[in-house]
Design a protein around this ligand. Structure first.
Ligand code: MLT
Length: 252
């Protein structure tokens, strides 16, 4: 089998039709995808991604008392919403048994571009190995970085590079039976970035230092959400690979 593995450093760099028939991983390490993984690991029934604040309000109203509204604009909680976008807010006590109707500036927006995909997975460092495992037998994979306000972000590129690295190594280890890999240039860029960062991490700096100095990391520090960066850097805290069900439009 030839595996086609394509990284997209921003949603605007790829036409939605490209995803048709393929498995897409949406990546917004700081913080939407990290928070969604936390919510589901805490027992939330589902997360429903919405584009606009008003769409989310309508959807939550339709779902009644089982729904909670979550998300952010400019990193801050939205007026009248139950939850912001900090992973820690999504504790079992708060979200177990609830459906989270969520809208964020970039992360949920990126998900809305994936309607034509065959599968849509939600990836972040907190569920890194589960995502790699879910992609093992997929022939066509796209890693979609959400970025921030149409700017490429380091944290999303590093995660994409880490997934590429894992898949490259797994295929190499399998030898001739592993098949061939077709990787786009954005995938090679992400792989180089991750390998350089990993080398540095072996010497001294931890992943959290890389995330702190990223654009998204600096934004979070500015608005007093430093702790969310530590949480986002907690590799493999969870072993779930949430998937956006394309017919019901729920992440489970
Ligand atoms: C987003 O979707 O834009 C991010 O998750 C922003 C944030 O850090 O809250």
């Amino acid at each position: 089998m030839t595996k086609s593995l394509h990284v997209h450093l921003l949603p605007s760099l790829v036409a939605p039709e490209v995803f048709a028939g393929r498995a897409v991983v949406v990546i917004d390490v700081l913080r939407a995808t990290t928070t969604i993984v936390h919510a589901l690991a805490s027992g939330a029934t589902a997360v429903v991604p919405c584009l606009e604040i008003e769409d989310a309000r309508r959807e939550a109203k339709r779902r009644g008392t089982a729904a909670l509204l979550g998300g952010e604009r400019g990193g801050r909680a939205i007026e009248g919403f139950d939850l912001g976008n900090s992973p820690e807010e999504y504790s079992p006590a708060r979200v177990a048994g609830k459906t989270i109707v969520m809208t964020t500036t970039n992360g949920t927006r990126a998900m809305l571009r994936c309607r034509q995909a065959r599968r849509v997975l939600i990836g972040a460092f907190v569920n890194f190995s589960a995502i790699c495992e879910a992609l093992r037998d997929e022939a066509g994979v796209d890693l979609l970085c959400a970025g921030t306000d149409n700017q490429v972000t380091r944290e999303d590129v590093l995660f994409a590079g880490a997934v590429v690295d894992d898949l490259v190594q797994t295929m190499a280890a399998a030898g001739a039976t592993g098949g061939a890999l077709e990787l786009n240039d954005q995938g090679l860029i992400a792989l180089d970035a991750w390998r350089a960062a990993r080398e540095d991490m072996r010497q001294s700096a931890a992943l959290v230092d890389k995330l702190r100095t990223s654009h998204g990391g600096r934004n979070l520090i500015d608005i007093g959400h430093d702790r969310d960066i530590d949480i986002a850097a907690d590799i493999d805290r969870f072993s779930i690979a949430p998937e956006l069900q394309l017919t019901s439009w729920e992440i489970r």
